[in-house]
Design a protein around this ligand. Sequence first.
Ligand code: SF4
Length: 464
Amino acid sequence: MNEAQEETKRTYWVRTFGCQMNLHDSEKIENLLHHNGFRPAAAQDEAELVLINTCSIREKAENRLYTDLGLLRDWKSASPNRVLGVGGCVAQQEGDALLRRFSHLDFVFGTHNLRLVPTMADAARRGQRSARTEEHASLDRFELPARHPDFAGRGNGHAFVTVMEGCDMFCTFCIVPRTRGREISRPAASIVEEVANLARRGVREITLLGQTVNAYGRHDARRSQSEAAGTVPFAALVRQLSAVPGIERIRYTSPHPIFFDADLVAAHAEVEALCPHVHLPVQSGSDAVLAQMRRRYTCEEYLRRVDALRAARPDIAITTDLIVGFPGETDTDFRATLDLMQRVGFVDSFSFKYSPRPGTQAVELGDVPPPDVAQARLAELQELQRELTLAHHRARVGQETVVRVEGESHRRGGKSVYGRDPYHRVVNIPGELAPGLFAEVRIVEATPHSLIGEAISPKTAAAA
Ligand code: SF4
């Protein structure tokens, strides 16, 4: 095989399930692969290396992995050069059990071992199967190369930036503390440097990522080691990043309600780049259920945070996560959740039926509502959310906003693009605008899922 043929074989395809943390991990892996001579394939069937970045937060997502792995058996057997790897939360949980269960799987990498992917892929090509799921308590795992010149990321002027990883909260329903490990925060200087590099590459909007993002640096502060660790309070980090030339928008996800301090609330009033949107997971509107979930706040405490945010930034859009059918949830508890939704007026929510995850405390709780009851509650909750979202959207008609264009829209009736405004709402705009452009838009129509706007003028040049 000559060099040119060899080069065309080094192609990859990554499938990602789950949260934004996973999406960003996939970007980190892709960047690493670029640094190691790989390039993206045009389609999965044409790739030499296929990676599946998995999610185990709900049973459905985990089962999807097993289906996909089964379907990839034929792909793998079609060529001896093909390599198949699995990473993410299921990989972290299952480790080499996945290798035993799927004989065509070459390697398994845990959430702390992204850096090993190129090496493991090369070893697999030489016939060595392996699983690496050890946890690393050091900051080494954040030491990843800057974006390769040929890797633009998928953001169109937007980039995710990890500020902390792991979670020490141990909500009783959640597997994340076991798949992502203990909380660890990056030094602020390294985050600022990454953001400055991204801004030089044309990024104008960043989303700071962490499982409990606003708990950033808290353990260092508690141990009086912030200076040694190079961390600062989360609000101070936001202020530092807002001073990076070129950064126009800052978002963060997901905050935990109990780490919402006065400084962060004040930042929403004072930092122009901080978007007027907070995704603030509440999970339930019943204090009894919240206690069973070990969420560590009551509804009143949650509402106090909402009130403080609204006092600081009256137009702020608040979205949330909700679980129905949690063990012990009565009809009264469920009605309390609907009541809380009305009181807050959530602009949007991600809502799910409780899914028991092996290894979490909630599986021991019992008294789970019957599936048909949980399903009916979910449908009722989602109907209420549709009404709340539509009411919010209707109130926006006639307003002007700025949309960062993300790509072509799939709406019928002529060409259009879509993007997000500062409130994180999807806005469809008829016409052609380049991805990455910040476009000034007037909202002309509301639908249950998105807004429709007409471009007034493009605000700035397209991002790299
Ligand atoms: S705060 Fe709770 S729900 Fe969020 S990642 Fe941690 S354990 Fe899971």
